[in-house]
Design a binder for this molecule. Structure first.
Ligand code: KPL
Length: 306
């Protein structure tokens, strides 16, 4: 059995731990200990209780176990580098990492800094926590795995096969950068607007917001073109991006987007990983990004208040 450490016991981290536990040795690593008995509610409503090993980084530092085959980092985007730093001295530098973050901030940085293989994962699995001992797998999705420099295809394949065996359908891909930017584009069009206005995703279709979505997508589409990111679904330019955004708004109409949840809970948002790379790219390519900049500033103001 391979050993997988999961750094960041949030919803995706715990879903991953529950899913992998029957097939691999799993340890959840966080800032505090979690109850050993952990409950998973499946999308079909079945409840499964499993013993999951959890450690704090401090515990690991005192009593270092055998090095793992994979370290999954499942923290929020802005915490990924600090989380890795807290563990880096405890694992061989050749250890493969798997980054599960949204946006495109920690992935290029960690890929450049970490000597071993760095895989990136992007997933549409839906999950949320119900306290210290519970996670609900709200909806099944698909996970894509690959590395930014396409040097670790076999490793990505091995991981995708294990994830699929564990019930999280996954595919190894050679275009993970494209896929990360595509998800970022959709998140940029939806998350800041719903977070600032305190509305569920579906409300963006209404008169009050739809023109603003179109205006944001216009900026995003120009940036994607400059970054060499192909429009989704073999479509053309702005229209294809807009169609994808409306499709996601429709299929997640009842969702409270993650950025809205962060604002409501007075947590830092992932704006730096979602809006940050877009604004930085626009500046680099001399493109206008007034709407994106305004959204970033407004979210920043909200974060500063709490
Ligand atoms: O990924 C999402 C998020 O909430 O972060 C979207 C696609 C906006 C769905 O809610």
């Amino acid at each position: 059995m391979t050993t997988h450490w999961i750094l960041g016991p949030g919803a995706i981290g715990r879903l991953l731990a529950h899913s992998l536990a029957p097939f691999a040795e799993v340890a959840l690593i966080g800032r505090r200990d979690l109850p050993a008995q952990q409950r998973l509610t499946t999308p079909e409503g079945e409840v499964r209780v499993q013993h999951l090993t959890s450690f704090t980084v401090v515990h690991f530092a005192v009593d270092a176990p055998e090095p793992p085959a994979f370290v999954h980092i499942t923290t929020k985007a802005m915490s990924a580098e600090a989380a890795l730093e807290s563990l880096a001295s405890l694992i061989p530098p050749s250890t493969p990492l798997v980054l599960w973050q949204n946006g495109f901030l920690s992935q290029p940085r960690i890929t450049q800094a970490w000597p071993g293989p760095v895989l990136c994962a992007t997933t549409t699995e839906g999950a949320y926590l119900t306290g210290d001992d519970g996670v609900v797998h709200a909806g099944r999705g698909h996970t894509f795995v690959g590395d930014l420099n396409n040097q670790h295809g076999e490793l990505a394949k091995t991981l995708a096969e294990l994830l699929t065996q564990a019930g999280l359908t996954a595919t190894a891909v050679t275009d993970i950068r494209q896929r990360l930017w595509q998800k970022l584009a959709v998140n940029a069009a939806i998350n800041p607007l719903v977070a600032l206005n305190g509305v569920r995703n579906g409300e963006l279709r209404g008169e009050a917001y739809s023109d603003r979505v179109v205006a944001v997508v216009k900026e995003v589409a120009a940036i994607m073109l400059a970054e060499g990111i192909a429009p989704p679904n073999n479509g053309q330019g702005e229209a294809a991006w807009l169609a994808l955004v409306w499709q996601v708004v429709e299929s997640t109409a009842n969702n409270k987007a993650s950025m809205l949840q962060d604002i409501e809970a007075k947590r830092p948002t992932e704006r730096g990983a979602i809006l940050g790379p877009l604004i930085e790219s626009a500046e680099r390519h001399g493109l206008a990004c007034h709407k994106l900049q305004a959204l970033n500033d407004d979210i920043g103001l909200l974060e500063a208040i709490y």
